[in-house]
Write a protein that binds this ligand. Sequence first.
Ligand SMILES: Cc1cc2nc3c(=O)[nH]c(=O)nc-3n(C[C@H](O)[C@H](O)[C@H](O)COP(=O)(O)O)c2cc1C
Length: 273
Amino acid sequence: MNTSVKDLIRSRRSVRTFGGAPLRSEDRQKLDAFLKTVDNPFHIPIEFRVLEAKEYGLSSSVIIGADTYVAAKVSRVPQSEIACGYSFEKFCLFAESVGIGTVMLAATISRSAFEKAMDVRDTEVMPVASPIGYPAKKQSVREKLMRKGIRADERLPFDTLFFENSFAQSLSPERAGIFRDALEMTRLAPSAGNRQPWRAVVCGDRVHFYEKKTKAMQNNPLGDIQKVDIGIALAHFDLALKEAGAIGRFAAEDPGLGTDDQTEYIVTYEGDR
Ligand SMILES: Cc1cc2nc3c(=O)[nH]c(=O)nc-3n(C[C@H](O)[C@H](O)[C@H](O)COP(=O)(O)O)c2cc1C
C-alpha cells in the first residue's frame, strides 16, 4: 500500500451506492493478488472468493450498482470471527487504497445464495460479504438515511472506549503514550450497526482488549458478529502500530480485571520493551 494505513483508515467509509462500471482488469488483478496474501495474527486461514452476482443469484437490499462481491468463510474454531474481521478489514483497506469501495454486510444479503456460492459446510461460517466497485458520485437517499439512522459518521469518545489499569479509570489520548495513535485508529473502526463493541485497558506495555456485547446482537445462529467487529478494531490497532515500527504480539493472557456481565475478555497485545 502506498498510502499510509492511518490515512486509509481515516478516509474509508462504507460504500453502498456504486457507479455501475465493471472493475478494470488491472484493479481486479490487484485485488485477486492481495486476497491470496491476506493473513491475520491468529493464524486462522480465511477463504476468500470473488463472486459474480449474476452467476450465483446474489443480491443485497442495500446495494446499488455493484455486480461483484467478495465473501469470506472460515472453520468454526475459537477466534474464527475475530480472525475473519481482521483479514477482511485488511482487504477493505487495501481496496480503499486502489479506489475501490466496500461495505461489510452480515444481515442485508441474500445469505443462502451467498453460502451456496461459497460452499459453506456445517463446520464453517461465512460471517460477511462485501460488494466491490467504484463508488458513485452521490449516495442513494436510502444510504444517506441509513447512515443518519445509525450515526455512521460518529464514533464514541476515546475516554469512553479506553481505560488505564482497570475499567474504573478512563484513558485520555494524552495519557495513552505509545498507544495513542493506534487506539485512535481502533476508535475509527467500522462495526455492525455502528455499535463499536471494542474496549481496551492499557496496563504499561500491554493492552487488554474486550468485547462489550450488545444484547440484541447476541444469540445469533451465525455466531457472534460483534467478534468480527473486534477483529476489525484489532486490525486497525495492529496495522497502525506496525506502520509506526512497533513490534509486539497478541496472546490470550486474561489479567482478570473486574468487568460487567456484558463485557468479555478477548486478547492482549504485548509490546516489546
Ligand atoms: C461486521 C459488520 C457487519 C455489517 N453488516 C451490515 C449490513 O448487514 N448492512 C449494512 O448496510 N451495513 C452493514 N455494516 C456496515 C456498518 O453499518 C458500518 O460499518 C457502520 O455504520 C460505520 O460506517 P462506516 O463503515 O461508513 O464507517 C456492517 C459492518 C460490519 C463491520
